[in-house]
Design a protein around this ligand. Sequence first.
Ligand SMILES: Nc1nc2c(ncn2[C@@H]2O[C@H](COP(=O)(O)OP(=O)(O)OP(=O)(O)O)[C@@H](O)[C@H]2O)c(=O)[nH]1
Ligand SMILES: O=P(O)(O)OC[C@H]1O[C@H](OP(=O)(O)OP(=O)(O)O)[C@H](O)[C@@H]1O
Length: 508
Amino acid sequence: MPEKAVDDVMEAAVGAHFSGLRLEALRLSSPSSPSSPSSARASPAAATHSNGAVYANGTAAAAAVELASPPAARQPFVIGVSGGTASGKTTVCDMIIQQLHDHRVVLVNQDSFYRGLTAEESARAQDYNFDHPDAFDTEQLLECMGQLKRAQPVNVPIYDFKKHRRCSESFRKVNASDVIILEGILVFHDQRVRNLMDMKIFVDTDADIRLARRIRRDTVERGRDISSVLDQYGRFVKPAFDDFVLPSKKYADVIIPRGGDNHVAVDLIVEHIRTKLGQHDLCKIYPNVHVVQSTFQIRGMHTLIRDRDITTPDFVFYSDRLIRLVVEHGLGHLPFTEKQVITPTDNFVFSSNILLGSVYMGVDFCKKLCGVSIVRSGESMENALRACCKGIKIGKILIHRVGDNGQQLVYHKLPMDIAERHVLLMDPVLGTGNSANQAIDLLIRKGVPEDRIIFLNLISAPEGIQCVCKRFPLVKIVTSEIDYGLNEEFRVIPGLGEYGDRYFGTDN
Ligand SMILES: Nc1nc2c(ncn2[C@@H]2O[C@H](COP(=O)(O)OP(=O)(O)OP(=O)(O)O)[C@@H](O)[C@H]2O)c(=O)[nH]1
Ligand SMILES: O=P(O)(O)OC[C@H]1O[C@H](OP(=O)(O)OP(=O)(O)O)[C@H](O)[C@@H]1O
């Protein structure tokens, strides 16, 4: 916490009561500690790691170990879509892209990797087998897909179906994305290409329908006459389908009959992809980590509060909206009991001719709970909790990092009977996890069972999640976004800067 902010809290604490609990002790930067928030984190007594980064003592050392290996960027989800010629692969891909509108999705066509014919081959294009695996430059395809999987942009070649060759000067720039769809007649043929895929879809459409479509498409869009289309079909397209495409169907995870007409299949596929995308890899490793399901609204609010140029009132407004969502989500992890109520709407009982209200089978909220905010930023979450849970008791924890020896002292004011309550611990930013671990440690020493603590925050660094989950595997973490990682100054990146300063307007 910057010194100015510390003074403000000190001042406020002199006579202030928070939620009926008097704040007795505070977490402060010591006078000797530098006012810069970043240096306040890495104390002079901190250990220097072999990579040159400096880490604070205590539990931060655990985070330091994690920092040794940079957080893995989230890998894109790769979907392979195969099927015979004109089976409707493009339509299926378009439908998936449309339905995944709140994610970044890119389409890569295997067609783009046609080798392109030499002048000699071009002169006899009617004798060239475009449906054989050798017609594609699979090495280049693998290279491009590898780059995209590493979240790097690539230049994909552009193939001209009329001239049977690549446009040598122009490329299509494809950016890194959440989802990559690789589509083509032979994308399941090569095992190395298959291995890149998280999901394989085979579009299965009757051969006569495909042939009819192919005739229409090749004559209208690709400048060919019917007899050449039928000749190519009989000599190359059908034999290659039988020899290469159909045998690769066995690798598919999902087979879609009738292609793009099959809306139910596409809906189910999209639902599955959504679930997979919603699960950050860390959520798979640590089942107690929960990320609020992303929507355009949530991403829009994050875009606003992360923008360094946003005004303080707007920062507060959109933070509050996000906090409310996180709090509601967190409350959803509390235990409940079943409860029935009678609604005012009459329900006719035939046997006795009596009108009764209708029965609603519901649940009852957990009563024994309280909030605990980590001062100062955590206090920004108190109103949202109060708005959801009328009259809830809220305690405070303030953590002080003593400048020279890195030792951390924790002062607190907590409800007397906290050991009997479920605790919603609040702090908008989970960085190294050091503050959260100190707070959780204190709660456990006060008798709160580990599995009754739910830590609510807006953004988490993977390092913080690992640090908390390793030490307290039963604590639930509820967050609205997991960021890329920490920088050398232990700040979350991309992050949102000094949350407390921005929220309370102490950032000048
Ligand atoms: N004559 C000719 N045919 C080509 C050439 N390049 C590719 N093809 C054909 O293009 C076909 C591949 O495209 P398709 O899979 O049918 O096209 P698509 O648009 O992805 O198919 P759907 O979306 O499933 O309708 C192969 O069967 C090849 O025979 C070319 O330069 N000349
Ligand atoms: O996970 P960590 O690495 O411990 O970092 C997270 C802490 O940093 C922020 O507080 P800050 O020190 O900026 O103080 P403030 O909340 O009082 O502004 C945040 O609110 C957490 O308390």
